[in-house]
Each structure stands twice: as structure tokens, then as C-alpha cells.
Design a protein around this ligand. Sequence first.
Ligand SMILES: Cc1ncc(COP(=O)(O)O)c(C=O)c1O
Length: 491
Amino acid sequence: MNEQRVALKEETLDPADWDKFRELGHRMVDDMIDYLRTVRDRPVWQPIPEEVAASFREPLPDSPESIEQVYEDFRERILPYPTGNIHPRFWGWVMGNGTATAMMAEMLAAGMNLNQGGGAQSGGLVERQVVDWCKEMLGFPREASGILVSGGSMANLTGLTVARNSQAGFNIRKEGLCGSKLLRVYASTEVHSSVTKAVELLGLGQKGLCLIPVGEDFTIDIPALRTAIQEDRARGVRPLCVVGCAGTVNTGAIDPLDTLADICSEEKIWFHVDGAFGALAFLAPELRSLLKGMERADSLAFDMHKWMYLSYEVGCTLVRDPEAHRLAFTLTPDYLEHTTRGIAGSDLWFSDYGVQLTRGFRALKVWMSLKEHGIDTFGRLILQNVEQARYCEWLVKEEKDLELIVPASLNIVCFRYKGLLTDPAALDALNKELLLRLHESGVAAPSYTVVNGKYALRTCITNHRSKREDFELFVKEVLRIGRELEKESLR
Ligand SMILES: Cc1ncc(COP(=O)(O)O)c(C=O)c1O
């Protein structure tokens, strides 16, 4: 026995020298705080050099390297080449900046490394409180349930799973979809692709998503929706759910949510709202009326890593009927039985309300940020972004060489360089190249979309670091590159 003990060499992943590790840890914190503080001095984005990209093909490490060396590697090859969304002039897709507090909260959460699936631990209480705060800040009833998820896509999938299971008319968890009649979800043609993906993943197929046309303001055509539901019923299709868009990804349009809620209640179908970023406009009292009816949703999906600026990843699904929510996901084998005492002794099992069993402590950054800033600060920042969108729109309208493609709605401005060009294909080509040169210049980063058949520079402002002067520089740079390209096209 003693001989065996001597022979056994036990290992751990803990640092061999904690003091040295502490020194490095402090340096990492200092470096990242400096990195955030100086973000404005750097280009928004820069391409990854060939040799750096190629260096990521190194073989699987089989022997150790010092953590100091690994960190240097991170500083040289990884840190300088991000997407750019922490920068004050990043307005592409729908990306938040992250915050200094959320960054530190991520470290604290990783240090605790608790498992948010369930059990008697403080993280569950934090998440329950965060979900309660979410209900309160978005006008949802106290009795509703909710869960933090990775983002809008998972939030939509979670809400639509509850919708499908509770509206199918049979025990879908038991029977599956085989042999059932066509079940259908309705949403406008502007709905986000994550809803299409969710409908596909739920086994309803693309045929299970009925896309309803939009009007000139990009909101769902209500008479067309009513007709589609009636026609489907007449041919034996079972309508499951209407998805309302609270802020479409292309233009920020908000469907008439109150009317959608009326239709769903008349038709006895589920009302889900995809409010990935737009739902958060509710935090600004000046914008709240735009979202009238959202509080009547059966399920609501939104993202705190978008218009609450928190670091990735954190989204949320709220469900009005907690039992329907639980029934869609709960599954308790012997090895996960919930006890009344000990580590499993809790009624807080988030794994009963979502796809994941093991879950990280994303609630901590939300909890710390809400406490640090207070909800009114977020409301003011959201309003600030909407006002910046109006300012950007005004700057665009002032320039005869620019064309506003749709009036700014919420926080999104879509426009393009026009100059003296008239040919639609030439305009699309010029603006595509303009966007690439703008990204490569590192000055500003909008993204792109196609609206009414026109390729547009799309500026979506979910950025707590932007200032008015940033939009002035942006418009100036678009004009400079646009004119340069127009001249090139005439040569
Ligand atoms: C309206 C809308 N819904 C859903 C999503 C998906 O969210 P996520 O990227 O967090 O999964 C997005 C993303 O931009 C969105 O704009």
C-alpha cells in the first residue's frame, strides 16, 4: 500500500506557483481595462494578416508552454483582430458593445464556475431575480416564468417550443410530429432568420412558416394575416402561433403588436414576440407606446447582449404561462431528482425551462449591471441611440449625394451613396465596394442589407459609446469614398 502511494504521481491543472499566476492575472486585468479605455484610439476593424491566420494551423500541443507565453500569444495573434463591435463607430448587424462591469462579472462567474442547471446555490437565486426584474422592466406579469439563454436565436426557439407543444392539440412530446396535420406559424416576410431556423428545428418545416407580406412601413399586413389564418383553417391546417416583430432586423419596424394580440386571442393561438433588440425600447418611457401590446404576448424573446449592451452571451425568454413553459422542457431522470435538502434541494431548476442542463452563470453580469447602473440609465442610453439615429438620418438628408432609403425607424438608418449615378446595378456595385473600403479604412462599420431592391448601408445603433461626432465623421467618410468611387467609375 505504502509503495503504491509513493509511486503515484498526482497532477492538477492549478498553477504551480500561485503568486506568479496572481501577478499575471493582475496584468491581464490591467491590459483589458486599458484595452477598453483606449478603444476609441484604434481602428474599428482591421483585416487579419495572412501569416497570422496561417499561424492558427499549428498542431495540437502535446507538451506544456508557460501561461505567460500563451498570454503573449493571445495579445499578439488574437486581441488585435476582433469584430470591432466594442468600438464607438461600430453599427453593423445588431451588436452590443459589452461593458467593463460585464467583463469583470464574466471573470467572477468563471471563477465560481457554478452550474446553473439547478440546485441549492446562489446563482439560481440571482437568475430568478434577474428574470423577475426582466418581467418588471418589460411589463410582463409577475407570475410569468422565464429563463436566460444564449441569445435571440435560442430565446425564439425556446418560446416557439412552448408555443408548439401547448398549441398542437396532442401530446407532441410523446407522439412526435409523425402523422399530425400541418401546424403553422405566421410572421411577416421581415421576420428574422432565427425564427425560420426555430420553425425548422421544431420539425414544422419551412412549409410550417407562413410568411405574410408587409406594407410600405415594413410591418405585417394585417388583412393578409387574417386571410392566411382563415384559409389555412379551411384546408385543415392548424394555426399554432403568430410571431410579432418588435424591431425588424432590416429597418427596425415594429408590427402592430396590440392588433396581433387581439387576433391571437380571437383565434385562440399563441402570440410570440421577437423583440431581440426592439423590446428593450420599452425601457425608455418616450418609446414605450411604440410597443403597445407586447406585454400581452404569450412568450417574448429579447437579448441583453444587444440593446442592453452587455457582453456576449445573454438573451431571455419570458413565458406568460409558467406551467406550459415547464411542461415543454421538464424531464427528471433518477440522477437529476430534485430533493428537499442538500445540493439538489431546491425548487430552482432552470433545466426544467430550457434546452440546456448544464448552464453557465450569465445571470451575474446582468444582475451586477442592473444594480450598478439602474434601469433608468439603460432607458436613457436607448433613447440616446434613437436620437443618434435621427441625427444620422438628418446628416444623410443634408447631403445631395446621399439617398435615404427608408425613414429612420427606431435605431436603424438605411442609406446609400448616389451621386449622379442612376443605373441600379451600378449603384449597388458602388455601395458594396464603398462598404468594404469603409470597413478596411477602420473609420466606421455599418453593415448592409437590401431594402426595396436597393443595396443599402445599414446603420444599427446599439452602442453606448457612440457620440454625435462619430456620425459626422462616418457620413464624411462615406461621401469621401463614394465620390472617389464615382470618379473611378467614370474613368
Ligand atoms: C430581430 C432579431 N431576432 C433574432 C436575432 C437573433 O439573435 P442572436 O444573434 O442573439 O441569436 C436577431 C439578431 O440580430 C435579431 O435582430
